[in-house]
Design a protein around this ligand. Structure first.
Ligand SMILES: NC(=O)c1ccc[n+]([C@@H]2O[C@H](COP(=O)([O-])OP(=O)(O)OC[C@H]3O[C@@H](n4cnc5c(N)ncnc54)[C@H](O)[C@@H]3O)[C@@H](O)[C@H]2O)c1
Length: 356
């Protein structure tokens, strides 16, 4: 369901990801960019010059505008809840970049504020909107995997030292909340748990292998899912050039592999004829390498736009968006558990206490 009403948007944080939001807003007939906010005035001015809207350095002034209905939170990860809570308290719907924030306590504050104020909260997990991922999810919902036994997420990305040096929050525990897992890896940790279900226990090792940063650029984890399946999570930003981005899901009834979000292997015992096979089978060429594996600015807007459109439809229908705050909390908790295991050398059992 969609609404003809045009929703006013504010983008808060005018860095690398902000133009993606601005382009999505420009491409949606029911959306209009009315305010852009950054603590650095030139950044706000530049985004406004390119995409329209009024430039602000004062968040309160932008939130005071009655013609702003939705706020896109595009500030560093450790500030998501702070900005999102203020937006919610001003009565605005919130689209929050991933991860929801970097602690469970902050995530809970944002979730509670949006629920209490009766505004929608959507957290970006744009890969959920890729056709291959949706097809995988449909196979799961149709029961074709039967009992799931194995799920692997492989995220072998590359980021230069210049990338980490390009913002004083990047690669810090205080504002990035972690490295290859918390920043880049959260996408596929989300996909993994979306398909495999809740995680019971994790054990992990992390390393800072190829960068001068405080956080990990290499992580390997073993996961036990509550349903009994096993899994692995491998995340890195130290794999030169970016090698592989894959999700492998195995059930008793079949096995599917997605590479770069495209189905590259699709085998089910209940094979459903040519159509089933043709759309992703043996012999199919591997997907094109994803530009973002080595360059974070190379994002296309299609999936972000689908998620923002989903939020507008959720507002119109007064339903939850596809990726709620509660959903986005799940990969955050798994990543925090992996970090806790790497730190202590012990297996960590979920749920974690939301102490901070
Ligand atoms: N979904 C994706 O694929 C994707 C890709 C890139 C980044 N992101 C996420 O987007 C967020 C921003 O990342 P980025 O790469 O654009 O960072 P960035 O450093 O390029 O931009 C952040 C901007 O926020 C501004 N800022 C900081 N504190 C502020 C405040 N209190 N109020 C207003 N503005 C403030 C900074 O001046 C900066 O311009 C991160 O959480 C990141 O994880 C998501």
């Amino acid at each position: 369901m969609t609404s003809d009403r045009v929703h006013g948007f504010a983008v808060v944080g005018c860095g690398v990801i902000a133009p993606i939001h601005a382009r999505c807003i420009a491409s949606l007939p029911a959306a209009e960019l009315r305010a852009v906010v950054d603590v650095v005035p030139e950044r706000a001015a530049q985004l406004a010059a390119e995409f329209g809207g009024e430039a602000y350095t004062d968040l309160a002034a932008a939130l005071a505008r009655p013609d702003v209905d939705v706020v896109c939170v595009c500030v560093p990860s450790g500030l998501h809840a702070e900005v999102g809570v203020r937006a919610a308290q001003a009565g605005k719907h919130v689209i929050c970049e991933k991860p929801i924030d970097i602690t469970l306590a902050a995530a809970d504050r944002l979730i509670a504020a949006c629920r209490e104020q009766g505004v929608k909260l959507a957290v970006i997990s744009q890969h959920r909107f890729r056709p291959g991922v949706r097809r995988l999810r449909a196979a799961l919902e149709a029961g074709r995997f039967e009992r799931l036994i194995l799920g692997n997420a492989v995220m072998q990305y590359y980021r230069t030292q210049e990338y980490y040096d390009s913002g004083d929050w990047r690669g810090t525990w205080a504002l990035d909340g972690g490295g290859a897992l918390m920043n880049q890896g959260v996408h596929y940790v989300d996909l993994l748990q979306w398909v495999m279900g809740p995680v019971e226990q994790v054990v992990a090792r992390t390393a800072t292998a190829a960068h001068d940063i405080a956080v990990e650029d290499l992580a390997v984890g073993i996961v036990t899912f509550r349903g009994g399946a096993l899994g692995t999570i491998q995340g890195s930003t130290a794999v030169y050039g970016g090698l592989r981005e894959a999700l492998e899901i195995v059930g008793v009834g079949g096995a599917v592999m997605l590479e770069a979000g495209e189905v590259t292997s699709w085998r089910f015992k209940d094979e459903r004829g040519a159509g089933d096979a043709a759309s992703g089978q043996e012999g199919q060429a591997p997907a094109e390498p994803v530009a973002t594996m080595a360059d974070p600015a190379a994002l296309r807007i299609t999936t972000h736009r689908a998620q923002i459109a989903d939020l507008l439809a959720a507002i119109a229908a007064d339903r939850d968006p596809v990726v709620t705050g509660e959903e986005a909390r799940k990969p955050l908790e798994i990543i925090l558990a992996l970090y806790a295991s790497a730190r202590t050398g012990r297996e960590v059992t979920l749920p974690l206490a939301a102490t901070r």
